[in-house]
Write a protein that binds this ligand. Structure first.
Ligand code: SF4
Ligand code: SF4
Length: 473
């Protein structure tokens, strides 16, 4: 029994010996720069994104900023199309289509989005390039980190952080410009007339970009990005992954150039660790597929360079699939992929139809609730309405308004209204009827608005309230 009894002191020791720290301290990653085929391709995916992001707000289309999310006016201008609050379902559909497109691409090509076009990847690459320009290559940066503070270190660090903050501020100004209007943002900023809310968002996005791309980098992908967590659910054995050919690479070890590995009972991996040094997420792809891998192929290019130097074939690390690694053929005829394709085709067809079939005209009628009806001359009665005509087109239009539904119905004043592009025209209208023709206190009447040139029309029904006459009783 004594063996099972633990004295208080002994219990504390026992707990101490089993305690361990669950927090894994981040090891700073000093990535080595690399050139190669896939890094060349990444230039063609990263630069258009940057040029588009910084350039598009300066383009004008139909008299407005090419892409402008005008929240006060509740209009989203996307090139030639303007979305209104009434088109919200279209925007929701566009987001769903984008999500399915991402699922489809992920199933087919793995995490190419992460490696080539994700803004976090592209912005981090720019910040890393700035770091390399200001502090030198990988070895110089490691030395600088370890060196005590000196004037040179202060200068290099200040230059780096200054350039990071400058680029983050430029990113932030452009981002806010998509909502505020980039020209107005500069003009109001120049005159110190920016509203506090704009200053707040400018500061927040500058800070966010600086921290995300400068300090957190791969931590965003590893711990914050939800896509990194659920993308494996879309993977199958034919999804493109970056993989190390373990059969060809092992046993790994150093040797002289051009030595045939089979003569020394070794694989093709010379264990130079260059593939690890270039990895932006700091992983060793030789340990197998890991969720941290963003498929950037930096290790592929690095290893191919080493293979060239050793006189070995490319492809020790390569884009491949699990099936190909097992010697099986690759196929795109997979149920999941076909399902995504079908769903995408159907949704895109509906979206395109809905986009082009949507009317450029909307009509809204609000009945004056202040009084039920008003008696006027000749024993007639009138109801008052506010007619709102929304011109969603990109040019001004004149519309004709008509009211029908009751015998002898008339309305005043003028039934014509001219509405500027993208604006709402309002008209107070009196609708007059003879109460003797009414067979109910509430009668439906139809408002019709017609664009004079194209004859596009919109209709809506409202109710006219009349007196309780003997006929009705
Ligand atoms: S770069 Fe290639 S050869 Fe060098 S360690 Fe990585 S896999 Fe091995
Ligand atoms: S393992 Fe290779 S492909 Fe994956 S993130 Fe690292 S360098 Fe990029």
């Amino acid at each position: 029994m004594m063996a099972n009894s633990i004295k208080p002191d002994n219990r504390d020791e026992d707990l101490d010996s089993r305690q361990f720290n669950l927090y894994e301290k981040r090891e700073k990653i000093h990535t080595r720069s690399v050139d190669g085929f896939y890094q060349f391709i990444r230039l063609f995916t990263g630069w258009p994104l940057l040029v588009g992001y910084f350039g598009i707000p300066w383009l004008m289309v139909n008299g407005h900023q090419a892409i402008l999310f005008d929240l006060p006016q509740r209009q989203f201008h996307i090139f030639w199309i303007t979305f209104w609050p009434q088109d919200f379902s279209l925007l929701a559909w566009a987001l769903i289509i984008a999500a399915f497109a991402l699922f489809f691409i992920t199933t087919l090509l793995g995490r190419v989005w992460c490696g080539y076009t994700c803004p976090q990847t592209v912005w981090t690459a720019i910040f890393m390039w700035i770091e390399q320009v200001t502090e030198g290559d990988r070895h110089q940066r490691i030395r600088l980190d370890k060196a005590p503070w000196s004037m040179t270190k202060v200068y290099k660090r200040s230059l780096k952080h200054g350039m990071w903050i400058g680029f983050a501020a430029l990113t932030s100004v452009t981002f806010v410009g998509y909502f505020y209007g980039i020209r107005d943002l500069f003009i109001d900023g120049y005159h110190f007339q920016l509203p506090q809310v704009a200053i707040f968002w400018l500061g927040l996005f500058t800070l966010g970009t600086y921290v995300n791309a400068g300090w957190m980098r791969e931590q965003v992908c590893m711990y914050m990005c939800p896509y990194a967590r659920f993308q494996s659910a879309m993977f199958d054995k034919d999804t493109l992954i970056v993989s190390y050919d373990i059969k060809r690479g092992e046993n790994r070890g150093s040797r002289k150039r051009n030595v045939d590995p089979s003569t020394i009972d070794m694989g093709d991996c010379i264990d130079c660790t260059v593939c690890v040094q270039v990895c932006p997420t700091g992983i060793d792809i030789r340990d197998g597929l890991q969720y941290e891998c963003i498929n950037c192929a930096a290790c592929v290019d690095a290893c191919n360079g080493i293979m060239d130097k050793m006189g070995y074939e490319h492809g020790l690390i390569a884009y491949t699939t699990e099936n190909q690694l097992e010697g099986k053929a690759w196929t795109w005829m997979r149920p999941k992929l076909i399902g995504y394709m079908l769903a995408l085709s159907v949704m895109m067809s509906f979206f395109t139809y809905a986009l082009f079939a949507r009317s450029t005209l909307e009509l809204d009628i609000i009945r004056d609730r202040g009084q039920l009806y008003q008696e006027i001359a000749d024993g007639k009665i009138q109801n008052t309405y506010t007619v709102k005509v929304l011109n969603k087109d990109v040019v001004e239009h004149t519309y004709l308004i008509k009211v029908s539904g009751i015998e002898g119905i008339t309305w005043s004043p003028s039934s014509k209204i001219t509405v500027a592009k993208g604006k709402v025209g309002e008209l107070a209208m009196n609708v007059i009827v003879d109460p003797n023709v009414l067979d109910s206190v509430n009668t439906d009447i139809v408002f019709t608005v017609t664009e004079l040139e194209s004859k596009i029309e919109a209709k809506t029904t409202n109710r006219l309230i009349g007196p309780l006459t003997e006929d009705i009783l």
